[in-house]
Design a protein around this ligand. Structure first.
Ligand SMILES: CC(C)(COP(=O)(O)OP(=O)(O)OC[C@H]1O[C@@H](n2cnc3c(N)ncnc32)[C@H](O)[C@@H]1OP(=O)(O)O)[C@@H](O)C(=O)NCCC(=O)NCCS
Length: 180
C-alpha cells in the first residue's frame, strides 16, 4: 500500500538516488535536463509515492515557455523504483499530478518520453504541433498534451526554461505532507 504525497525537502536525497539508479549520470547530458538547468521545479506539482518505509516514486514539473511567450509545464523526470514498476504507480502519479496541474490553471504540458506510455494521458507529437527543443531529441519522444481545449492553437516555437534562477531545487517552501 502506498500514498501519494507532496514532495518534502527530506525526500530530495532519496529521489536523487532513485534517478541515479534508473537513469544514471548520463541523464545530465539530455536536452530536457539542459532546459531545467537553473530552474526550480514547481513545488505545488512535485509529488512522491511512499509506503510506510520508503520512497517509491517521484514526479516533477518545471515552468517553461513555448516560442518565448506561452507558458507551459515540462514534465519529468518521473521515476518508479525498479521493484515497484509495472504496478500502476506511474500511471496514478501522472493522472494525479496532471489533474492538479489543470486545477492550478496550467494549460499545456510537454515532455520527452515513450509515446506508447504517454499516449494514454493525451500526449501527442510535439513536433507535429510545431514545437521544438533547443537540443537533440528523438522526434518520436518529444510530446505535448493540452490540459485546456485548444490551448495549443497558434502556439509554436522552442521550449525554454521560464524565470531561470540560480536557486537549488528543493529550496522553496513546501506544503504539508501526505494527503492521499
Ligand atoms: C516508466 C515508468 C515511470 C512507468 O511507471 P510504472 O509504475 O512502472 O508504470 P505503470 O505500472 O503505472 O504503467 C503500467 C502500464 O504502462 C506500460 N509501460 C510501462 N513503461 C512503459 C514504457 N516505457 N513504454 C510503454 N509502455 C510502458 C506497461 O506496459 C503497462 O501497460 P498496461 O497498463 O497496458 O498494462 C517506470 O517504469 C520507470 O520509472 N521506469 C524507469 C525510468 C523511466 O523510464 N522514466 C520515464 C522517463 S520520462
Amino acid at each position: 500500500m502506498y500514498k501519494i504525497c507532496d514532495e518534502q525537502p527530506q525526500d530530495v536525497a532519496a529521489i536523487e538516488i532513485l534517478l541515479d539508479v534508473c537513469f544514471g549520470p548520463e541523464r545530465f547530458k539530455k536536452t530536457a535536463y539542459k532546459i531545467r538547468e537553473n530552474l526550480n521545479p514547481d513545488q505545488a506539482l512535485s509529488f512522491v509515492a511512499k509506503d510506510d518505509e520508503s520512497l517509491l516514486a517521484s514526479i516533477r514539473y518545471w515552468p517553461v515557455t513555448l516560442g518565448g511567450t506561452t507558458e507551459a509545464l515540462l514534465l519529468g523526470p518521473i521515476v518508479v523504483t525498479p521493484d515497484q514498476q509495472g504496478k500502476g504507480i506511474g500511471v496514478e502519479l501522472i493522472r494525479y499530478s496532471m489533474q492538479k496541474a489543470k486545477a492550478a490553471g496550467h494549460k499545456i504540458v510537454v515532455l520527452v518520453g515513450d509515446r506508447d506510455y504517454y499516449a494514454r494521458f493525451g500526449f501527442v507529437s510535439a513536433f507535429d504541433a510545431g514545437l521544438s527543443l533547443p537540443g537533440p531529441v528523438d522526434p518520436d519522444r518529444f510530446l505535448v498534451a493540452e490540459l485546456a481545449e485548444n490551448a495549443l492553437q497558434g502556439v509554436s516555437g522552442v521550449v525554454a526554461g521560464k524565470g531561470a534562477s540560480n536557486g537549488e531545487a528543493g529550496s522553496a517552501t513546501f506544503s504539508p505532507p501526505c494527503q492521499a
